[in-house]
Design a binder for this molecule. Structure first.
Ligand code: ATP
Length: 723
């Protein structure tokens, strides 16, 4: 196996391993009394002694001896930059992990720094990064180092009123920049003035988490926070002739979404948290940033601590089977160190960021005894850590420097945030602005492991985080040797298997067992993901069902509405039609009445003036003709019945003078009418006579007139009547 020093020079991360000390005797006793049947934990991890000349007196390799359960696995050996054993203190980690050079790079070189902890749940990540009631963590120690190193050069928002505005003007992440006093006042109000608060434990919020409403109580006064270990002897040089501003922001990645931890709700309506995007902005086209964060300018170490505590309260933590205060999200604490020449232009800020990450712990669903939302969270956590593992494995596999395209960091938010800015950015010149070349980020990963904890989960983490890995054949009797021993026993007598070949086979079998173990781990992770997916599918199905029911209800409602609307319109139409029909009938009746009225009034005939003499002569001729016809008819009748002399038809005598009078006088209509009546009274059955009678001018006029009435409209009738 290659020396870690050689490996780490080409890696993106320096990877350190910290072993967690066993729980206190009291905790062990309690556990034993609670679970008396549980076998005492077995230590399955051994630290290889350091090679003094090469490794600076610190161990770098560990060996995993799988516990003696039914599944026998290969012995694996892992290499790290350094290994810290159980007795290591916070100060040792701070001094020996390269946190100091990291802070130095941020202040002096303008190089971004990343410090992260990775491990199984309960292995001591939060303890390392955030400390405990009595000890400071790496975050507090880094802040302390930073503020003390920049002691005289840090600008205070209270004494530099234009500071916030000038920082906001150069900020590229669309953030809201506030001074610490403004921020804390908005969260705690007068609470900051209150004294004698007892220290609350590190945030403990149960899984039914809801962000609390303002104005809340200050969790802890800075003076009550631990001051141990002391690092007053350590400092890093600041750039002379430069002035600094320190801007703090905090966010968490929960269920693959980014949430601002400092955007504390200002009223009850704001309790729903809005997730933020990790993207390139207008001011930062070639570098992704978390856009829209709330950033707080902290003028002192104490202010920064209170802001940190405030953000931690917002972070998701829950009690699981493995840890009573388990982080359910990946927490990011960012310290931007802004720098400009002393008394320089407002817009001349440059700087670098120190990002400290407390990753959520991976865990096996079986051990964690989680369910529902917490199980789904665990699925997301394990998934993101699996992607992180893939990225880390890439760096340990690739020895020839890293190309960004080789690291599959775009698979989830966590790896994107951790790796996206790990590579140096090319300098970019645009018409409007020049984007400065950025150095590659320096990164430190502290892997925490409990040698008495869950072997499978821990070995999985170690496998992908270690800088190098070696699988060795165990010297102790193993499953493979048992198998081969058994097989050898069954070999027919006289045939012996060669020992060298058996050793090779044993190695292959052990490798296979190791692979099976790894695959089992993956299966477990996939099972958790499957459970989460199934939960989501069930939820989606329920939503779908609800949506369908709602759609059905809406359809029924709309149908009913349409139906009633149609009925209403039909009714309206029917009424309108009935009205029109009634009116029409009335009009017809009236029309008929008026016709009848006109008829009853009599027919007024306008006759053309005629030549009296000619007319009289004509009538006389006609009269004569009729008389002749009559006589002819009488004769005919007599001829038909010679015995019975027929009764002489009584022919009304048509008085010619009557006709003459009627024709001559204007008012003689009545007389003329009676003359015609007499004429009509004649029993003229002969069609010829009838035809000749029908041809009389009077009859013709009457017929024509009657037909014209039928065709007349109201106005014409009125005109006719008046006429
Ligand atoms: N080096 C250590 N020294 C003393 N106590 C420790 C150490 N490491 C961890 N512990 C204790 O172990 C418990 C669990 O540790 P911690 O909460 O840091 O685990 P974690 O890895 O952050 O878990 P999770 O991922 O669930 O948040 C805590 O009570 C902590 O005080």
């Amino acid at each position: 196996m290659e020396a870690p020093s050689k490996l780490s020079s080409t890696s993106l991360f320096q990877v350190y391993l910290r072993l967690r000390p066993p729980p206190s005797p009291l905790v062990t006793l309690t556990q034993q009394s609670l679970y008396p049947l549980l076998p005492p934990p077995e230590r399955w991890l051994t630290v290889e002694p350091p090679i003094r000349e090469v490794q600076d007196g610190m161990p770098t390799h560990i060996m995993l001896n799988p516990p003696s359960d039914s599944r026998k696995r290969a012995i694996e050996k892992f290499a790290f930059t350094k290994v810290f054993e159980e007795q290591a203190e916070q100060i040792d980690i701070f001094r020996e992990t390269g946190v100091v050079p990291l802070v130095e790079g941020v202040i002096g070189e303008g190089r971004d720094g990343l410090l992260a902890t990775l491990g199984v749940t309960g292995s001591g990540k939060s303890h390392t990064i955030l400390g405990s009631k009595s000890q400071r963590g790496l975050t507090q120690l880094s802040l302390d180092l930073l503020y003390r190193s920049l002691d005289n050069c840090t600008l205070q928002p209270s004494s530099h009123p234009s500071l916030i505005v000038s920082l906001a003007a150069t900020d590229t992440s669309e953030s809201q920049i506030l001074s610490a006093s403004t921020f804390l006042d908005s969260v705690y109000g007068d609470g900051l003035q209150e004294s004698n608060r007892s220290r609350a434990p590190t945030p403990m919020i149960d899984s039914n988490y809801t962000p609390s409403a303002p104005k809340r109580r200050l969790p802890q006064r800075p003076s009550a926070l631990p001051h141990f270990p002391d690092i007053s002897d350590i400092s890093v040089p600041a750039v002379s002739n430069a002035e600094y501003a320190i801007v703090v922001s905090m966010y968490e990645v929960y269920n693959d979404r980014i949430f601002d931890l400092l955007a504390v709700p200002s009223n009850q309506k704001d309790l729903r948290r809005r997730h933020l995007l990790f993207k390139s902005t207008e001011g930062s086209p070639n570098r992704k940033v978390v856009a829209g964060l709330r950033k707080v300018v902290c003028g002192s170490y104490e202010e920064a601590l209170v802001v940190l505590e405030t953000g931690l309260i917002e972070r998701r933590v829950a009690g699981t089977g493995s840890n009573s205060v388990s982080s359910r999200s990946h927490g990011f604490f960012c310290v931007e160190v802004k720098k400009r020449p002393r008394g320089g232009m407002a817009s001349s800020w440059t700087g670098a960021t120190l990002t400290i990450v407390d990753l959520a712990g991976s865990e096996r669903a079986r051990n964690a005894k989680t369910a529902g939302a917490t199980l789904a969270e665990a699925g997301k956590i394990n998934e993101s850590l699996m992607y992180l593992g893939q990225c880390l494995q890439m760096q340990s596999d690739s020895q020839d420097g890293m190309k960004p395209s080789l690291v599959p960091f775009r698979q989830c938010k966590l790896t994107e945030l951790l790796f996206c800015n790990s590579f140096p950015s090319p300098s970019h010149h645009s018409i409007h602005q020049t984007h400065h070349h950025r150095n590659a980020q320096k990164a430190i990963m502290i892997v925490t492991a409990d040698p008495l904890g869950d072997f499978n989960a821990t070995s999985q983490i170690l496998r992908y985080s270690a800088l190098a890995r070696e699988v060795t054949v165990p010297r102790i009797p193993s499953v493979s040797s048992t198998i081969f021993g058994g097989t050898a026993g069954r070999v027919p007598s006289g045939q012996t298997s060669p020992t060298a070949a058996t050793h090779t086979d044993e190695a292959v079998v052990e490798m296979a067992f190791s692979e099976i173990a790894r695959l089992n781990e993956e299966v477990e992770i996939l099972n958790v993901r499957l459970a989460a997916e199934e939960g989501r599918r069930k939820e989606a199905e329920e939503n779908w069902q609800r949506a369908e029911e709602r759609a059905e209800a809406i359809e029924i409602e709309i149908r009913e509405e349409c139906w009633s609307e149609m009925e209403r319109r039909l009714d309206e139409e029917r009424r309108r039609w009935m009205g029109a029909w009634g009116e029409e009938a009335d009009r017809n009746d009236e029309h008929l009445d008026r016709k009848l009225e006109i008829l009853s009034k009599g027919i007024q005939i306008h006759e053309d003036p005629i030549d009296q003499t000619a007319y009289t002569a004509e009538l006389e001729t006609e009269n004569e003709t009729l008389r002749c016809k009559l006589e002819a008819l009488e004769r005919e009748l007599q001829c038909r019945s010679p015995t019975k002399s027929p009764k002489k038809a009584k022919v009304p005598s048509l008085n010619l003078s009557d006709i003459r009078v009627a024709a001559g006088s204007d008012s003689g209509n009545g007389t003329l009418a009676s003359a015609f009546q007499k004429l009509n009274g004649l029993d003229l059955t002969e069609p010829a006579e009838c035809r000749s009678l029908g041809k009389t001018p009077g009859k013709k006029i009457r017929k024509l007139t009657a037909r014209r009435w039928d065709l007349m409209d109201e106005n014409e009738m009125d005109a006719f009547e008046n006429y």
